[in-house]
Ligand binder design. Sequence first.
Ligand SMILES: *Cc1c(COP(=O)(O)O)cnc(C)c1O
Length: 322
Amino acid sequence: MKQLPRLRIAHLPTPVETLPRLAAILRGPNLLVKRDDATGLAFGGNKTRKLELLLAEAQANGARTLVTTGAVQSNHCRQTAAAAARFGFDCILVLAGQPDQPASANLLLDRLLGAELVWTERAQRDQTLRQVFENAWEVGRRPYLVPYGGSSATGAAAYVLAFQELLSQGVQPDWVVFASSSGGTQAGLALGAKLAGFRGKILGISIDEQADVLRHRVAELANATADLLGEPIRLLADEVLVNDEFLGQGYGVAGEAELEAIRLFAKHEGLLLDPVYTGRAAAGLIALARSGTFAPGEQVLFWHTGGAPALFADAYRSLLAG
Ligand SMILES: *Cc1c(COP(=O)(O)O)cnc(C)c1O
């Protein structure tokens, strides 16, 4: 496999831990967790791994300013702002939302980390992003576009490496379950699994997309990643496992299932999930365990992708306090 240039930011390998108390409560499979919430950069998360490769690419291109976009409480934007600070880039974040809201949680951290914020409407986001990028280019700021969710082939390649890291820890679970949204994490894990001849299942719990759409996105991204790594291998959309039964009321709307998952992981394992991604993915894992989807004695690894700072967002704090 071709080696890609990489900056070292993340604390790796992230630990793999057992979840015996939660497993007992669910009376289901053996549970493990891969702690990518502990990647170490400004509260961590899965974007840190992707940024190791993306920032190396930015440096190689002579970039001086990172430009990216996301929701107001984007973990991706927060980690990008932190990585920019760490390696001396400027950072411009195009955020979809209202400029007058009080800065809590990830938004507070974006400001603290020194990012410049540009506000836009959700429908105009891509257009605003393009304008901001072009302006930065014209005034000589040498911008580099960090893709949405860090999910280009370069970003996804970080999760091929992450899958190799997991195998090097001597773990061979029957299932790997995680939150899947822009698809880079799943594309990397699925490709890493296929390259290694891994027999377990790589199951993405969709956060905000129909299964079919996400399956195709993941396959396309995985194939672009395989090309980048010089690996003559193809992933078909039909081979990509996505469950979209847990979309609830849509992106960022935490319901009873997410709140229960957050409470169970906190109370029985001292682990913090987030209301948007890992809470939803864990709610999916819990529902699948209860419905007997995992066979008795199987080992299920929950890949924790981070996000816990959102617990302190105004919108969720009051929900969780009850
Ligand atoms: C971005 C994110 C995800 C989704 O990862 P993708 O690679 O975009 O699919 C999952 N969990 C958290 C906490 C995230 O911030």
